[in-house]
Design a protein around this ligand. Structure first.
Ligand code: FAD
Length: 386
């Protein structure tokens, strides 16, 4: 099994790391405090090819593959998780359109997304009453003479108030459950698209999370992505891949926190020695480093499977479950190692603890990942007869 990175993967990793250290880390605290959306940074990331790492080159992406994308996400999240989440959604939307869109949709939207010209993308699936169970969504799309009229409310939409291009899921055949859902491409600023409440969150303050009201948004037939009634499959496909992005985000946040904790433990002296020399502190850091390594390997494996066109949904769910749960524990250990100072905003650890928490919730909660994994165990047992 070859665990070595290719030259191209290393180059993407280096570009993302250098950008994160030069442009993201120094301003992450201020962005968090002032809830500043990273618009300039997203454009710069577009120029660097980091908004579409896994998107094909002919559509303006870097064409560097899913492993490179995971590595880039880890580095960006280490720099600022708020920026990383906007990047991950943009990449997910661009990938979905490049894979499932027709020629017109691909050439119209994908280059704008990955260059940063559209600022970023948004993925509008969740609704106030439909989160873990998106088949229960109630946004309606009704036929008009020239296309469709969308009416309903979307909830929790990352970058929903900023995105130039979004995918919106709506019911085209009410009463048919998940079989009646269709995905539509909607441009930011479309008539009837109203930005409602912006959530006041625990963390990720540099990322905006919007409620979107679709008050009779009119779109043409050319806005249907992946065919009428094909929307649910599209959403599940995008979320399978998206989970690699969220696992990578959790790893990046945890890595930054662990590095800070190791640094601090080497400098902070109590009882006459650096606290790292107290075995209880060393043990906590050893556990954290072990979990981080395992999470990274699991996530890169899921990325490699996706990249090579193999089935990866259950492996991505396992990677997301493990990486996000352990990342929460790693950040907590990092805070503990900082003692009282860790509980203040003078150190970046409290922000890491707040930012990492949501990785266990979005793109499928930990409980939903377990359902995905258990279903695949059952399917495998039935197939293999064991
Ligand atoms: C900051 C942020 C950004 C987000 N960005 C986006 C976005 O860009 N686009 C988008 O579409 N959505 C987005 N979401 C929504 C996110 O995906 C949902 O919050 C998530 O899927 C959970 O849905 P819910 O909040 O409605 O919780 P619910 O589905 O109501 O779940 C509540 C609790 O019940 C548990 N639960 C539910 N069903 C089951 C079950 N069958 N078995 C066991 N436990 C269960 C859940 O695990 C959870 O613990 C975002 C959310 C947040 C907080």
């Amino acid at each position: 099994m070859d665990l070595a990175l290719t030259e191209e993967q290393r180059a993407v990793q280096k570009t993302a790391r250098e950008y994160a250290e030069r442009r993201l880390m120094p301003a992450a605290h201020a962005r968090d405090k002032e809830s500043t959306f990273p618009e300039a940074e997203l454009r710069e990331l577009g120029d660097l090819g980091l908004l579409g790492v896994a998107v094909p080159e002919e559509l303006g992406g870097a064409g560097a593959g899913v492993v490179a994308y995971s590595l880039a996400m880890q580095e960006l999240a280490r720099g600022d998780a708020s920026v990383a989440v906007a990047v991950s959604v943009t990449n997910m939307v661009a990938e979905l359109i490049s894979r499932m869109g027709d020629e017109g949709q691909r050439t119209r939207h994908v280059p704008r997304l990955v260059s940063g010209q559209a600022v970023c993308g948004a993925f509008a699936l969740s609704e106030p009453q439909a989160g873990s169970d998106p088949a229960g969504l109630t946004t309606r799309a009704e036929r008009t003479a020239g296309g469709w009229r969308l009416t309903g409310t979307k909830q929790w939409i990352t970058s929903g108030d900023r995105a130039g291009v979004m995918v919106v899921w709506a019911m085209t055949e009410p009463g048919s459950g998940h079989k009646g859902i269709t995905a539509f491409l909607v441009e930011g600023g479309a008539k009837g698209l109203i930005v409602g409440r912006l959530e006041d969150k625990m963390g990720l303050h540099g990322s905006s999370t919007a409620q979107l009201v679709l008050d009779g948004v009119e779109v043409g037939d050319d806005a249907v992505l992946g065919g009428v009634s094909g929307g649910f499959r599209l959403a599940m496909m995008a979320l399978d891949g998206g989970r690699i992005g969220i696992a990578s985000q959790a790893i990046g946040i945890a890595r930054g926190a662990l590095e800070a904790a190791v640094r601090y433990a080497g400098e902070r002296v109590q009882f006459g020695v650096p606290i790292l020399k107290h075995q209880a502190v060393g043990n906590m850091l050893a556990d954290a480093a072990t979990w981080l390594d395992a999470a990274t390997l699991m996530t890169l494996r899921a990325a490699a499977l996706k990249e090579s066109g193999q089935s990866f949904g259950d492996v991505a769910a396992m990677a997301k479950l493990f990486a996000t749960e352990k990342a929460g524990l790693i950040c907590d250990i990092a805070l503990q190692v900082h003692g009282g100072y860790g509980y203040t905003t003078d150190f970046p650890i409290e922000r890491a603890c707040r930012d990492v928490r949501v990785t266990r919730i979005y793109e499928g909660t930990s409980e939903i990942q377990r359902i995905v994994i258990a279903r695949s165990l059952l399917a495998r047992a039935a197939r293999d007869g064991r």
